[in-house]
Design a protein around this ligand. Sequence first.
Ligand SMILES: [Zn+2]
Length: 239
Amino acid sequence: MVKTNEIKLRSAATSLFDVRRWTFDVRCSVCLIFLILCTAAGSVSAQTWYTVKWVNDGDTIVLTNGKRVRYIGINSPEIDHDKQRAQPFGYAAKTFNKQMVLNRKIGLEFDRERHDRYGRLLAYIFLPDGILLNEHMLQKGYAFFLFRKPNLKYNQRLLKAQQEAMKAKKGLWNNWSEQKKRYVGNRNSRRFHMKSCPHARNIKRSNRTYFSTKWDAFKAGYAPASGCIKEFWSYRNSP
Ligand SMILES: [Zn+2]
């Protein structure tokens, strides 16, 4: 009788011990999960998430908080506005951008300058899966690289994305054909002009660099000077 009680007691103690061990394991797991969550929360909190309520075109959006955001480092072809006709791939770029972000969460990363002269936020757009959309637009040929100081954080990566899209003849770069002309690039601003443009003559001689095609200028990371080069594109069959 005493023996069976002893056995019962022992087995109870053992099971109690098991439960304790089990609880300890659970505690460890909880700790571990907590740590993982903290780390994850840490990496998420480095980036705030916003929702996109409107897509203007391939490089400009509006957030649900009302802020307008301009993508850093790229320029998408224009869609029609103020009686100006849409540029080639303007609507394709807008449609693609819409597919990527409209009504979705995006992360914003900023560079040295936060706003442009129109009061728009200047940002790198991150999708939840880590895609840098500024780069992705270039990879698809829905934008060209736009150098602008002082926001140069991802410049190398962005230009490389464009060069690869050019090589693969994606989007804007497909069906390209142009006559050789004389263009002058400004090494400081990375804009290029027609050689005949008065602004080209104002570029410091030491900052001048020459191109015989727009293609070569783009490939080197130069963007067409607005007001000077009205058609940045040059296609075999006019689009
Ligand atoms: Zn010019």
